[in-house]
Design a protein around this ligand. Structure first.
Ligand code: SF4
Ligand code: SF4
Length: 72
């Protein structure tokens, strides 16, 4: 079975909406594997890195209030 991975829809992602006080992406907080990261800091959209380490667990997707993350 192919590996599942999180994909971010950057058209929907808006850190200033879901985390107006500190800019920390809720999906970053939810990813206990440390794969969802804001490499450019708060208020910047996250990325899945390194992508091959993503577990496809969906915790990030469930935590994102903008439905900006899908698991494929
Ligand atoms: S991925 Fe979701 S929770 Fe994270 S900054 Fe974007 S919209 Fe907010
Ligand atoms: S699917 Fe799981 S491991 Fe992958 S980025 Fe989301 S929370 Fe992290």
């Amino acid at each position: 079975m192919p590996k599942r991975i999180a994909i971010i829809d950057y058209a929907k992602c808006a850190p200033e909406k879901c985390a107006p006080s500190d800019g920390i992406c809720l999906a970053v907080r939810a990813c206990t594997h440390g794969i969802m990261q804001q490499v450019d800091g708060p208020y910047d959209p996250p990325m899945v890195f390194p992508p091959n380490m993503c577990q496809g667990c969906g915790d990030c997707s469930q935590a994102c209030p903008q439905n900006a993350i899908i698991i494929v």
